[in-house]
Ligand binder design. Sequence first.
Ligand SMILES: [Zn+2]
Length: 147
Amino acid sequence: MEFTEKELTVYYKGKPQYKLNPGFIKQQEIKDIETIKELLLTHEDRCRIFEAMENTDDSVKLHVLAQEREHIEYRLQKVWGFPEDSNWHRWWEVPKCTCPKLDNYDNYPTKYRIINENCPVHGSLPKDSSIFRDILNFIKDIFSLKF
Ligand SMILES: [Zn+2]
């Protein structure tokens, strides 16, 4: 089954964002529209997370949203039929991240992550946020579960 341009386009708030990769659709032998719809919905969730990250400078919130984004990446891998593997997540491609982009591209796809300690998304949390740190660790535990 061939899908139309429109069927493969990710919309967010009524605006087209980008298109699902036709090469992946062929390679992964995706033939049913339900899988396509689930991919589009998951991408929409990713757009929602990005927007929330653009709209806050609160480091704790940014850390939590980055975890949710990781969760979305796992979900995308699962729906596409790829192995769920965090080495393939381009985790530094999020709003407000100040981790070294080129170094992380060079390491891609491996488990090695180069974190800028001052990155508001991935670096150390402010010292006065110990309660939030506990909450964040709790959320990390939940999202690292595979579904
Ligand atoms: Zn970062």
